[in-house]
Design a protein around this ligand. Sequence first.
Ligand code: GAL
Length: 421
Amino acid sequence: MLKVSSLRLTGLSLAVLAMTAAVAAHAGEVEVLHYWTSGGEAKSVAELKKIMQAKGHVWKDFAVAGGGGDNAATLLKSRVVSGNPPAAAQIKGPAIQEWAAEGVLANLDAVAKAEKWDSLLPKVVADGMKYKGNYVAAPVNVHRVNFVWANPEVLKKAGVTGMPKTYDEFFAAADKIKKVGLIAVAHGGQNWQDFTTFESVALGIGGVKFYHEALVALDPKALSSDTMTKTLETFRKIKGYTDAAAPGRDWNLATAMVMKGEAGFQFMGDWAKGEFLAAGKVPGKDFLCAAAPGTANAYTFNVDSFAMFKLKSADSQKAQADLAAAIMGTEFQEVFNLNKGSIPVRLNMKLDKFDDCAKLSSKDFVETAKTGSLQPSVAHGMAIKPAIEGAIKDVVSQFWNDDKISVAEGQKRLIAAAATK
Ligand code: GAL
């Protein structure tokens, strides 16, 4: 038998041993399905992994490449159907309700109560994390979708002064960029990328009321209005400023084009900032951010969240509860969002370490919430049922990719898709 003296345990090492034992007693595995695989995204999610490992848990990474998460959603379905769900999956918006209605999500009320989530979250966010009054998901951030990013060197070369505030200014700037032989708009090739641009155009052309009526309420009157016609015309015009290699391109490669000075602008949510930052770029100096033309007083939000699935083993359940608590903890909310480009979803967090793009986002989030100009992003699964969202995204992408589809025809197809049951 080993004598304690022979181990020469110091007070400190005894304490460490005791802690390790305590941690080990509850150590469990969390398998986390996510689609954060670009430079900025991977760096951000690595912070959550670190926090969980520091708590003694085993992090099983279930990363599925593909921005916007369509591939991840398909894989998740097959895992749940085969009775083998991960502990947590990146699910958001109305999809949370759909999964909860299947009876497969875990009840997180114990941790939510202990950590006081109700008082730490904006009510609209908390409501989205609950099913029939019980928490089933934990929110990580608030992304703003209606952003445009720019390379200041490209703007300078082209003689463009300042970020465009209207579409007239935008197209004037885009023409100048084209003239100096560069690509005016960096764009990629998935339907969520097309719709990210489309919804910002709808918001900029028609304003908040139109955005809400047409894309959130799916009101046939708004969808068939002249404002929608103008939205589609403007959207098509933007396409003329993208390059021929855009189809199939990932969003982060489009961001890289802006970064390298090959392109002037990109319409993208503020996860693009995560890419710039991960590449060591400095906001205001190496890249610029602004609300998309005509949308300075509005805010399309995209809240990422993890829904938790029912698990059998007690250790896994404990690890899952720890994951939920960590996600809403101040440490994670700060470090994750500094990397991700978003702002903390937890209220009353200090923002001194955040840059001006994040401070603008935070200020506008609070202000637009007061005026009703805070709107859910359709492109990012915040607004409508996944089936209808998919249908209208497909129509918008067909319109974007095929110049032979007239504006009138595109609008007709959009109205029909919005009526999907
Ligand atoms: C969004 C998601 C973001 C972001 C982006 C690209 O839908 O909310 O976190 O990473 O897709 O993958």
